[in-house]
Design a protein around this ligand. Structure first.
Ligand SMILES: NC(=O)c1ccc[n+]([C@@H]2O[C@H](COP(=O)([O-])OP(=O)(O)OC[C@H]3O[C@@H](n4cnc5c(N)ncnc54)[C@H](OP(=O)(O)O)[C@@H]3O)[C@@H](O)[C@H]2O)c1
Length: 289
């Protein structure tokens, strides 16, 4: 029995680590060869690439143009955009457009950007732009501009360039989850950076705790999932202060997460998707919504 659990655990570790992706690539390659699919027919004529005048973004522009896609370059510096657009047209014979935008400015840039994008058939968006504060600086040395730019570029740009209305799954939970991944990573990094300074940082990342915000979601969960009463959860979380840098707050949640990790990630994502769709339909039927 234990032997089989071990085999299953190792298989799942490989499956979630690389096998699922490898199988997808093999199947996708076979389909492309059999159906002779070309990018512009498969996805649409235009690829939009942010941070497109240098590095990874510039290479995406070149490689997608080589596959016959027209390229819309979105970056900060006008003269670089003009030069890269001209070079791509000359080398690959595709159409190009460009737009000079500074993503560090935040929400104000997206309206004009969407207006520009409305004039083309966007088949692919490469959300590549990002900001890296000077790596030599510690957290407290990062300037306010660097923090804002990092959030606006690394989180804001990929979250604000959304799929068209009606195609998103449910309730903005994806953006919530992604932002919490940021918080967790920030907390873990800070805990490490602060070691030896006398200041401690703890990240508490629970599963479902019964509060006003989670009560509708909690009702939809299967019975075997432990939804914790808020007082019980916080009492336990407080007990962990000063003892660990990262915790779920209560022992029942890591036990659940441990079991969930035995599932393929795609099955997990599908199940959460089904739950969120149900939650959406319940909430839309509630008169207060
Ligand atoms: N390189 C790596 O090892 C690595 C590893 C993991 C992830 N990444 C990620 O990959 C992405 C690209 O990195 P990279 O190394 O290719 O960068 P890069 O060579 O520095 O290229 C940066 C590009 O982004 C544009 N850009 C920078 N700030 C901008 C702003 N505020 N508004 C609009 N455009 C802006 C630049 O345009 P202008 O020059 O015209 O301003 C340029 O086209 C980033 O998201 C990065 O976090 C990189």
């Amino acid at each position: 029995m234990f032997w089989w659990i071990g085999v299953y655990a190792v298989f799942m570790w490989c499956y979630n680590g690389f096998l699922e992706s490898l199988l997808g690539i093999l199947w996708g390659t076979l389909k492309t060869l059999l159906l002779r699919e070309r990018f512009p027919q498969k996805y649409g004529k235009w690829a939009v690439i942010t941070g497109a005048t240098d590095g990874i973004g510039r290479q995406y522009a070149e490689q997608l143009a080589r596959k016959g896609m027209n390229i819309m370059l979105v970056s900060r510096t006008e003269h670089k955009l003009i030069a890269v657009a001209a070079e791509i047209e000359r080398k690959y014979g595709v159409q190009t457009k460009w737009l000079a935008v500074d993503f560090s400015k935040g929400p104000e840039i997206y309206k004009p950007l969407r207006e520009q994008l409305a004039s083309i058939e966007v088949g692919m968006l490469v959300n590549n732009v990002g900001h890296l504060p000077p790596p030599s600086q510690t957290f407290d040395e990062n300037s306010d501009q660097d923090v804002t730019a990092t959030i606006n570029l690394n989180i804001g740009s990929s979250s604000t360039f959304r799929p068209p209305p009606g195609t998103t799954l449910a309730l903005g939970m994806t953006i919530y989850a992604a932002s919490k991944a940021y918080t967790t990573s920030l907390g873990l990094g800070l805990a490490h950076e602060l070691r030896g300074t006398g200041v401690q940082c703890q990240t508490v990342a629970p599963f479902v705790v019964l509060t006003n915000r989670s009560q509708d979601f909690a009702k939809l969960l299967p019975r075997f999932m432990a939804v914790l009463d808020v007082e019980r959860f916080v009492r336990s979380a407080v007990f962990t202060i000063g003892k660990t840098a990262h915790t779920c707050g209560h022992w029942m949640h890591p036990v659940q997460i441990f079991h969930i990790n035995f599932l393929p990630q795609s099955v997990m994502a599908l199940s959460v998707g089904v739950l969120l769709k149900r939650l959406r339909s319940v909430l839309l039927k509630t008169p207060t919504c």
